[in-house]
Design a protein around this ligand. Structure first.
Ligand SMILES: [Cu+2]
Length: 128
């Protein structure tokens, strides 16, 4: 229970800081790492995944090809994150309801991710 309270406070603080900076969201960054790039918009999505109000990624297991734009949409009413286990720089720390986030992998591999807010909300992208 204590951990949940701390987590909620941390989210509130993050949102407040984003507002002070004149930025609507930390999602405005466009991180790029050796295996891929991420941004709010990279182009037309080839693969779509929903971050749902049922606290799932749908589909949880998704295949894609190198160079495909993968788009997550928050279709629920609570904030989620898209946090890559091994590539945290590609992550979206605050996917607001209705918002989207895109990632394009330039390297084949299996990329596991989760929502750092909701325990058990996990997904996998297999890029070939
Ligand atoms: Cu979530």
């Amino acid at each position: 229970m204590f951990a949940r309270v701390v987590l909620a406070f941390g989210i509130t603080l993050t949102l407040a800081l984003a507002a002070c900076g004149g930025s609507t969201s930390s999602s405005n960054s466009s991180p790029s790492v050796s295996v891929g790039t991420a941004a709010v918009s990279l182009g037309t999505a080839a693969v779509m995944i929903s971050a749902t109000g049922q606290l799932t990624f749908d589909p949880a297991m998704q295949t894609a090809h190198v160079g495909d734009i993968i788009q997550w949409t928050n279709t629920g009413s609570v904030m989620h994150t898209i946090t890559f286990d091994a590539e945290p720089a590609l992550s979206d720390p605050s996917l607001q309801p209705g918002a989207t986030w895109e990632v394009k992998f330039t390297t084949a591999g299996t990329y596991q991710y989760h929502c750092s807010i909701h325990t058990g909300m996990v997904g996998t992208i297999v890029v070939s």
